[in-house]
Every structure is written in C-alpha cells, then in structure tokens.
Design a protein around this ligand. Structure first.
Ligand code: SAM
Length: 280
C-alpha cells in the first residue's frame, strides 16, 4: 500500500471514531466540578458554628439543595451529623439519590432526610444550621418575599442556631460579561446577559463546552442582586440577634484564596464572594 493510501485510511478511521465516540455530558457532574467545593464548604460551616456558639452543630439543613452535595459532605464529616435537603425540583434530587446517596453506607443514608418541597413551608424540620448556598435566595426578588423566607428560617432554626448564605458582588456584576474557565475535559462559561440598574435584576446562564461542542444555557438564573447591608438589615428585622460577614482573603495573583475571615469592612474589587452569617 502506498504512503498516501495508508494516510488516507488512517484519516477515514479517525473520522469514523470521532463520529461513533459519544461525548459524555452530565450537567450536574460538570456543575459540581465547576462551581462547588462542597468538602471545603462544610468544614467552613462546621468551624463557623463552633466559633460562634462554642459547641458542635449536629443538624444541617440545606435549603435549595439541588443535588444535595453539601448535605452529603456534612454526613461524611462526622458520624453524629444529620442533614436535611429541600428543593422544589425532583430532577437534581433524583440525580443526588442515584449518584451520592446510593454510594453512602446504610447508616449514613439513615442520617439524611430529603424533602421535595418549598423553603417557604412553615413546617420544615428544625436544624442547628440552615444554609442557602450558591446565591439561591437571589430568586426572591421582592423584599417582602425575601423577608418571608428569612423569617421562616428564623422560626425553623433550633434555639441558638445559625443561618448562613453566600453572596457575590463587585463592579463586574454591573456589566454584561462572559467568564470562561478551562477545566480538565471541559470549559465552563458564566454568562451575564444583562443588568438592570432600576431593579438590580440580572440574568445569568451557565454554558459548557465538552468534546469541542458548546452546549448553551444548561442552567439559567433570573436573580435580583442583593447587597450585604440589605441582607443584614432583613435578617435583623426578622429577629436574628447578630449578623457577621466573612470576607475572602486574596491570593498572590489577586484572586480569592478560599479563606474567609470575619470582617467589619470589605474592599472594593471587581468581583468578590462573601458569607453572611446570622445568629438566632
Ligand atoms: C442555584 S440552584 C442551587 C443548587 C445548590 N444549592 C447548589 O449549591 O449548587 C437553586 C435551586 O433552588 C431550587 N429552588 C428554587 N426556588 C425554591 C423554593 N422556593 N424552594 C425550594 N427550592 C427552590 C431550584 O429547584 C434549584 O435546584
């Protein structure tokens, strides 16, 4: 066979291979890899409770839990820990059951309770810690609705419990931008399509590129961008005794270093993430 014929045959084989190799696309797996660091988050949450209350927390309620990745890590952290996950959407919860819960030991599974329901339900189980992560409470755009949610958390927290939310901001949030981050095997896009200064509302999409193919709008968030002082005011109005802000430290390259400490003041930067923690 001539050199040309061998090269041609290889080319055809590669083309067939490319057509028949199915791209593995698991949106929740990519989401977890791109935006979550559940094992670190639960350590921060555990330590923050201990720092503020001087005792160990036992029950953790994950509002807006999605695939309940944090609850899973909370259970694994300590054999005394119990977790409750709540979400309206059965799809991510089914994913979590299949991919996380089923891999846990029977004894660990017994310490996990999952509720397909609304975080506004006044009869939610009580907990030492309630957390609303990945800015999920931004879906409440009216002050009255956010206040109703915070009041429900206050009511359904154990005496001496804490409520923890994350929040983001910075001058970049007021621009329509698309952030691109390359990960092993895929690219993650955080796409802000608009910002309305009259309502403080913004629309965000997550896109992924896998195997050379970009899949648009895998997740979409229609949010109001709340500020730290607004959040603290509402928490105090519904009865929380104290609120604290934990601000992220800065790495050498100017990005966040993943370490959060309690502060009275932040610093102006293009983009920041913080935790607001309220004590009952
Ligand atoms: C941004 S995702 C966050 C998922 C997860 N907490 C995380 O950290 O990745 C928001 C989730 O909130 C859920 N959700 C929205 N409104 C809700 C409500 N009123 N009650 C319960 N879950 C709600 C959605 O179904 C969705 O799974």
């Amino acid at each position: 066979m001539t050199k040309e014929a061998v090269a041609h045959r290889k080319k055809v084989r590669r083309r067939i291979q490319r057509k028949t190799t199915k791209v593995h696309f698991d949106k929740y797996e990519l989401y977890t890899k791109a935006v979550q660091s559940a094992p670190n988050d639960v350590v921060f949450i555990r330590d923050t409770f201990k720092e503020l209350k001087g005792r160990n927390a036992r029950t953790y309620r994950e509002d807006f839990c999605g695939t309940f990745a944090l609850s899973t890590e909370w259970i694994k952290l300590n054999p005394r820990h119990e977790a409750i996950g709540i979400d309206l959407d059965p799809e991510p919860m089914a994913y979590g059951r299949q991919n996380y819960l089923s891999k846990m030991r029977a004894e660990q599974q017994r310490r996990m309770k999952l509720i397909e329901g609304n975080v506004l339900d006044p009869n939610l189980p009580k907990a030492d810690i309630v957390a609303a992560m990945n800015f999920s409470y931004f879906c409440f755009k009216q002050r009255d609705m956010l206040k109703k949610y915070f009041a429900n958390v206050h009511k359904t927290l154990n005496k001496d419990g804490i409520f923890l939310v994350d929040i983001f901001g910075g001058s970049q949030c007021y621009d329509a931008i698309e952030d691109t981050i390359k990960h092993e095997g895929f690219t993650y896009y955080w796409d802000q399509t608009n910002f309305d200064p009259v309502t403080n509302e913004a629309l965000f999409h997550i896109h992924f590129k896998v195997g050379g193919k970009k899949i648009e709008q895998v997740f979409t968030y229609d949010w109001r961008l709340w500020t730290i002082p607004e959040i603290r005011d509402i928490m105090e109005e519904v009865g929380f005794k104290k609120t604290h802000v934990y601000w992220e430290g800065t790495a050498k390259d100017g990005s966040g270093d993943g370490n959060f400490t309690r502060v009275d003041h932040g610093e102006a930067c293009e983009s920041w993430i913080a935790y607001v923690v309220a004590e009952k």
